[in-house]
Design a protein around this ligand. Structure first.
Ligand SMILES: CC(=O)SCCNC(=O)CCNC(=O)[C@H](O)C(C)(C)COP(=O)(O)OP(=O)(O)OC[C@H]1O[C@@H](n2cnc3c(N)ncnc32)[C@H](O)[C@@H]1OP(=O)(O)O
Ligand SMILES: CC(C)C(=O)C(=O)O
Length: 569
């Protein structure tokens, strides 16, 4: 009998979200037509959800460091732990309260399961706090009901209601504290939305929120099982169905299993949510929590005030890495080390052109750079980096911004070719100093130290109408530095020089390109001259740098001739 081979990678093992959960009937869906116009209330949960996902949870010292960063960034709600779960979490909450670490405009939040003894311990950790958010949760999805809790829907509602009552009763024991209650139907996005509404309404019925004392209902995508549009439908349906919507702050807590946590959170805002829970750089269970940095930067880049300080990007990255022991991907949205760096030629060319016309008083509009890297404390130096994928635009940008040398276009092409050859030969990125060195070695100094080399010692130029005449003393390295004097006339100095060199040295050449620039960088402002000549159908280049522009000009022509002599010898 033949056996059917089943692949280990068998998609039939899984069912679509629609098969497991009846699709919501959305008659008049609003969220696709909405737009985000302001920042949501943020709540950073690094010290709880982020922390519980670490191989080594944070020490109290690391928690203190993260706390300080989040306060500095301006977070007003910070979930600081699960104090009933472990002594370090408990101690950290005590440290915040006893050491007066909580600024007046910041409210701490703590998480607890809906279990009496855990709720009691939670309140003990908060004794003496001026204000706090007590966040209680229980799970509501079919798999949790049936397989984890072994309860029907009523059993789940009972846990939620008992927990809500306990939270309320314990709060009464600490009347000096201003309490806010938060409830999460854990696994909300995998729960039938009408049942999630039923559970939350039961909790709201216990807490009886008011305009002055709102309740936070937090809707988690505990595991992201469907697209962000499905989540937005669930949130919009929830917002329409929940009781006392006006007294409820709808909070969102997404995870990143399908890589869409930020998209889901953004769409949830479109669907009516007010508040977003997440972590810095997206640390958290499995693929992580919703990344607060990404979402806040998304707003910032659309001209919306994110209401948290994102300008200290490198400090955020360093602190998160230190406290979580997790490295930041260099291409992490917005804050990664390489996200404002272009290696490829056409990107570099476009960036260089846009930056050259971008003024500080204009709206930002630079190809390939969605924001100005300077906003995050980065500079333009790292925007363009050169390897074998790079072209003349990048090399020209580095020569201009790094060394004040504004290369003529034809020279950009020549230098870029030389740099690319170097990169291919060494299989490496070419840093700015090396690019400059290649330029110096291959074009400026290339023919300066050979014995056969010509160099100008002195000159006189006279102008009569259009005509110029030149007399120049030239040192001839090939005959032990013997001096030769050349005389020439022509339309312009180059032409006069060409005439003189032809008459004295017998060399005939046509000038293909000639450019001269003033150099602004360095101690002395110097001039640089670039020439490309053609002799017997071959091109030769000369570049010369000097205090005096005329000396630089004459020497550049001589350098090109030296290159010719070098090639034919
Ligand atoms: C999606 C989330 O991130 S939720 C937050 C998860 N974070 C954490 O769990 C981190 C901290 N947690 C812990 O350290 C531990 O779970 C503790 C200390 C809080 C509790 O530990 P334990 O008492 O040993 O129990 P454990 O966590 O295994 O709890 C499982 C029991 O609690 C019940 N339970 C789980 N969650 C809840 C809840 N939210 N409300 C009520 N009961 C719950 C389970 O049904 C189970 O009951 P059973 O013992 O009758 O089978
Ligand atoms: C407790 C809740 C908010 C949670 O962390 C989750 O569901 O992911």
């Amino acid at each position: 009998m033949s056996q059917v081979q089943t692949s280990r990678f068998n998609h039939k093992k899984y069912q679509s979200f629609q098969q497991s959960m009846p699709a919501l009937k959305m008659e008049n869906r609003q969220w696709p037509s909405n737009s985000i116009t302001q920042a949501p209330q943020w709540c950073a949960v690094d010290l709880r959800d982020g922390n519980q996902a670490l191989i080594e949870p944070m020490s109290v010292a690391q928690k203190q460091k993260m706390w300080n960063l989040m306060v500095k960034m301006g977070f007003k709600h910070i979930e600081v732990g699960f104090p009933s779960a472990s002594q370090p979490d408990f101690d950290f909450v005590r440290w915040l309260i006893e050491e007066n670490q909580i600024p007046e405009d910041v409210t701490i939040q703590v998480l607890t399961q809906a279990r009496d003894e855990l709720i009691e311990r939670t309140y003990q950790s908060l004794a003496g706090a001026e204000r706090a958010i007590v966040h209680v949760y229980n799970s509501t999805s079919p798999v949790q009901r049936e397989k984890v809790f072994g309860l029907d829907k009523q059993g789940i509602i009972d846990i939620a209601v008992r927990g809500a009552k306990k939270v309320q009763d314990e709060a009464k024991k600490y009347p000096m504290t201003t309490w806010t209650f938060e409830y999460s139907p854990e696994s909300f996005s995998s729960t039938e939305t009408d049942f999630a509404i039923e559970v939350c309404n039961a909790v709201i019925n216990v807490w009886q929120p008011s305009a002055d004392n709102k309740t936070i209902i937090n809707l988690p995508a505990t595991v992201e099982c469907a697209g962000p549009n499905v989540f937005a439908d669930q949130v919009e349906t929830f917002c329409k169905g929940v009781n006392q919507r006006e007294n409820i702050i709808i909070s969102i807590h997404t995870h990143n299993d399908r890589g869409c946590a930020v998209a889901a959170a953004e769409m949830a805002i479109l669907a009516g949510a007010d508040r977003i829970e997440g972590t810095l750089m997206g640390n958290g269970e499995r693929t992580g929590n919703m990344d607060l940095i990404t979402m806040a930067m998304n707003l910032y880049s659309q001209g919306i005030d994110p209401e948290i300080d994102l300008s200290i990007a490198d400090e955020v990255v360093a602190t998160v890495e230190e406290c979580t022991q997790i490295k930041t991907h260099p291409r992490h949205p917005w804050f990664g080390e390489l996200v404002y760096t272009a290696f490829s030629g056409s990107h570099q060319d476009a960036i260089k052109k846009c930056l050259s016309v971008q003024r500080d008083d204009q709206q930002w509009d630079v190809a390939y750079l969605p924001i100005d890297p300077r906003d995050l404390g980065r500079d333009y130096q790292s925007v363009i980096r050169v390897n074998s994928q790079s072209g003349k635009g990048g090399v020209a940008y580095i020569m201009e911004t790094g060394f004040g040398i504004n290369l003529p276009r034809w020279m950009q092409i020549e230098l870029s070719r030389a740099v690319q050859e170097y990169s291919v030969r060494h299989s490496c990125e070419v840093d700015n100093e090396t690019i400059y060195k290649i330029f110096q070695q291959q074009f400026v100094q290339a023919n300066q130290n050979f014995e056969q080399q010509y160099q100008v010692l002195g000159y006189e130029v006279h102008k009569q109408g259009e005509q110029e005449s030149i007399q120049a003393s030239i040192c001839d390295g090939s005959v032990h530095g013997e001096t030769q004097t050349i005389h020439g006339q022509g339309k312009g100095v180059i032409s006069a020089l060409s005439d003189g060199l032809h008459k004295t040295l017998g060399i005939d050449f046509q000038v293909q390109h000639f450019d001269q620039i003033a150099l602004s960088k360095g101690t002395n402002s110097q001039a640089m001259a670039f020439v490309q000549i053609k002799i017997n159908n071959r091109k030769y280049m000369g570049v010369s740098e000097h205090q005096d522009i005329m000396t630089a000009t004459i020497n550049s022509v001589l350098a090109a001739i030296n290159a010719y002599i070098d090639a034919v010898q």
